[in-house]
Design a protein around this ligand. Structure first.
Ligand code: WTA
Length: 664
């Protein structure tokens, strides 16, 4: 049984929610009377017209009763940009710093106040309007982590245009496909950006993508706005003349600074309906083309604001840092909308944790006196490899809340984060959520929730999680099954752009009446929820349902293992067996002794049925650019089947060959 960690006095003191009892009370209230709960928070915002009486929330989750829909605050009109900027300025936060910006090179940094941010957003919004962008039009964004990215997103929100951010690591093909699918009118990008010592020439990728959109998808983007970024930062590696790195198409391309010139810093917001779209963001589907997840105005704003406030226990003078790229949902909600809605001060970082040294994250926490640090387990595991001294040499005593997101965090990484980075006194919030959920749905709350290493914890306000078995029967009390939700919270997605039928099929058809996350979860004897990974990562060994991440957690407890990935391999007697890939820490020898030790450890920790059949040494793992392991490919390697299909979304396709070579 895992040890339970209670929030320290340091965290509980002054916490906005200082006890678990209080959390339970609020959670109960949020389910019993959603309107009373959320309208209290809605009062803080500006509504141009109020919500119609009796229309606060309506939905249908049961496909047999008709089309699936979710609506919050029907009839109300508002503007998200107005609420996250103008409203805060009216409340006296105009001179407060909205963002500290730190470039890839440590010599590049700046800051921007709420007032200054509003001026720039209005100028850009006016420029968009001048170029024919109207309410409902889609604007594609392919940008590095710079201030203009935020300005651009909020500029869209101000005039009711729908932004569609594509992570600036995607290939020209992927960008072309996404721009064409949403029929983007405009693309916004930068000439390039440094990631460590590597130069990304974003404009060149955009040129190729615009060409492919035209020729392959018959879609013409009429305007490409380009931020001139490379000229204003220090070069971090070798670089030719910037202008020679890409072409300039005078019919389409225009410089950001040129269209901003002479624009007024005043721009009337477009008053939007509560259920008008705010943005769309593509997420990968298990089959076929990417899914354009669509979020709407009012519900998303309420939910983002509330989760941020409670999950990070945000206080007025805090300095908050989320390391996620704006190209992912974590960046949308917890780098842009939620912190701004709370008038918070954030750090936005352009670079990588490994440049110029492997302690960049810790040196930034020290430099900016960060109070909340929100990152991903994959980053934590990568940083653990370099030893403790890189952490301990920095003063991290301002930290109060540590966040984790993106995958289940293995207990080894959790303990390292807790003990070393958090110095045993910070609370860790393991936030489970998805592009589709808009904000955190399962998580701990810093001053209130007890913690167990590796458990996501408890439902956020308004969220009612249910575990179902294969036949759709509800699992009460302790047990493991499909994680589903029986009712909507304000921030849940409303549809897939242009494909409501697919939305209904993917999320609402497996279990009638429920939103299906596609993840498995376990409820333990204390009511903690443990997300066990995607359902397709579950395996059944001799009738025992096992989650791959559970086994991975055990493997990485071995000090010599830095990362592990486990897949299922068909087995004639057991049905399925465990095939494990392990990445080792520097200087560790792979051999029969280590294999034995690892097998024994799994057998001891989980049970004899869980003992792995194969442990393979892995020089690296096939990961997507967002860091997700592509288990589909690992399953092929386990089988020795070289027909692995499409590898275009891999960050580094060469690891696949290496893994085939290192098969035992
Ligand atoms: C996984 C990222 C366990 C999960 C915000 C989910 C997690 C998918 C956690 C969504 C967590 C995310 N614990 N698993 N704390 N957070 N996941 O859409 O499988 O990029 O379904 O959203 O990541 O990934 P997405």
């Amino acid at each position: 049984m895992s040890r339970v960690y209670q929030p320290s006095d340091y965290v509980v003191e002054k916490s906005r929610l200082p006890s678990f009892e209080k959390y339970k009370e609020m959670h109960k209230k949020s389910l019993e009377d959603p309107e009373a709960f959320w309208s209290e928070i809605a009062k803080e915002f500006h509504w141009q017209t109020p919500c119609q009486p009796g229309k606060f929330v309506s939905y249908n989750f049961d496909i047999d009763k008709g089309d699936i829909f979710v609506k919050w605050l029907e009839g109300a009109t508002t503007n998200v940009c107005f609420n996250v900027l103008d409203r805060n300025i009216r409340n006296g936060h105009g001179d407060k710093i909205a963002y500290y910006w730190e470039g890839n090179h440590p010599d590049d940094y700046s800051r921007i106040t709420y007032k200054k941010l509003l001026d720039s957003v209005c100028m850009f919004a006016n420029a968009l309007r001048e170029n024919g962008v109207r309410k409902g039009d889609r604007v594609a964004i392919y940008m590095p982590m710079i201030m203009e990215t935020v300005i651009c997103m909020l500029g869209c929100a101000r005039i009711g245009a729908v932004h569609s951010v594509v992570f600036a690591g995607f290939s020209p093909d992927s960008l072309a496909e996404r721009m064409s699918d949403c029929k983007a009118k405009v693309l916004v990008t930068a000439d390039g950006a440094w990631r460590g010592e590597k130069l990304l020439v974003l404009k060149k990728t955009c040129d190729q993508a615009l060409e492919k959109a035209r020729t392959k998808h018959n879609h013409e983007v009429s305007l490409c706005i380009v931020v001139s970024h490379l000229g204003r930062v220090k070069p971090c590696g070798k670089m030719d003349d910037i202008k020679k790195l890409y072409d300039w198409n005078y019919n389409v391309d225009v410089w950001w600074h040129e269209i901003m010139e002479g624009q007024s810093p005043i721009c009337a917001p477009e008053w939007m309906n509560a259920e008008d779209p705010l943005f769309m963001l593509y997420t990968s589907g298990s089959t076929g083309k990417p899914k354009g997840v669509l979020h709407t105005i009012a519900g998303y704003m309420l939910y983002a604001t509330t989760t941020f406030r409670y999950v990070f226990d945000y206080r007025e003078k805090d300095i908050y840092w989320c390391t996620a790229d704006v190209g992912w949902i974590t960046g949308h909600t917890y780098v842009v909308y939620a912190p701004l809605a709370n008038a918070a001060t954030s750090l936005m970082f352009e670079g990588t944790p490994f440049y110029p040294d492997n302690d960049r994250y810790w040196s930034l926490v020290e430099k900016y006196k960060v109070t909340q640090f929100y990152t991903a387990p994959t980053a934590i595991r990568a940083l653990m490899k370099f030893g403790d001294e890189l952490v301990t040499k920095h003063n991290l005593k301002t930290l109060r809340v540590l966040g984790s997101v993106g995958e289940p965090i293995n207990p080894e990484a959790w303990l390292w984060f807790y003990n070393l980075v958090g110095n045993k006194r910070c609370s860790i919030v393991d936030t489970f959520w998805q592009t589709e959920t808009g904000g955190h749905v399962l998580t701990g709350l810093p001053g209130a929730s007890p913690m167990k290493p590796g458990a996501a914890g408890f439902p956020f306000f308004g969220v009612e999680p249910t575990l179902l078995d294969e036949s759709g029967k509800v699992i009460e009390g302790p047990g493991e099954g499909y994680l589903v939700f029986s009712r909507p919270w304000p921030g849940i997605m409303r549809t897939l752009f242009g494909d409501h039928a697919r939305y209904q099929k993917v999320y609402f058809s497996k279990f009638k009446g429920y939103y299906c996350t596609g993840d498995g979860a376990r409820r333990d004897e204390n009511g903690f929820l443990w997300v066990t990974g995607r359902i397709d990562d579950m395996l059944n060994v001799s009738g025992h349902l096992l989650s791959t991440s559970e086994v991975e957690g055990v493997l990485t407890e071995e000090h010599s293992v830095s990362e592990a990935a486990v897949v299922s391999k068909p087995h004639p007697v057991k049905g399925e067996s465990l095939y494990c890939f392990v990445i080792l820490n520097e200087g560790v020898q792979f051999g029969p002794e280590l294999i034995d030790a690892l097998k024994k450890r799994v057998r001891n920790r989980i049970g004899a049925f869980a003992a792995p059949d194969v442990i393979q040494y892995a020089p690296g793992l096939p990961k997507t650019r967002s860091g997700k392991i592509m288990r589909r490919i690992l399953r092929k390697i386990a089988l020795g089947d070289t027909d692995i299909g499409d590898t275009s979304t891999l960050a580094d396709p060469s690891v696949v060959d290496e893994l085939f070579k290192s098969r035992p």
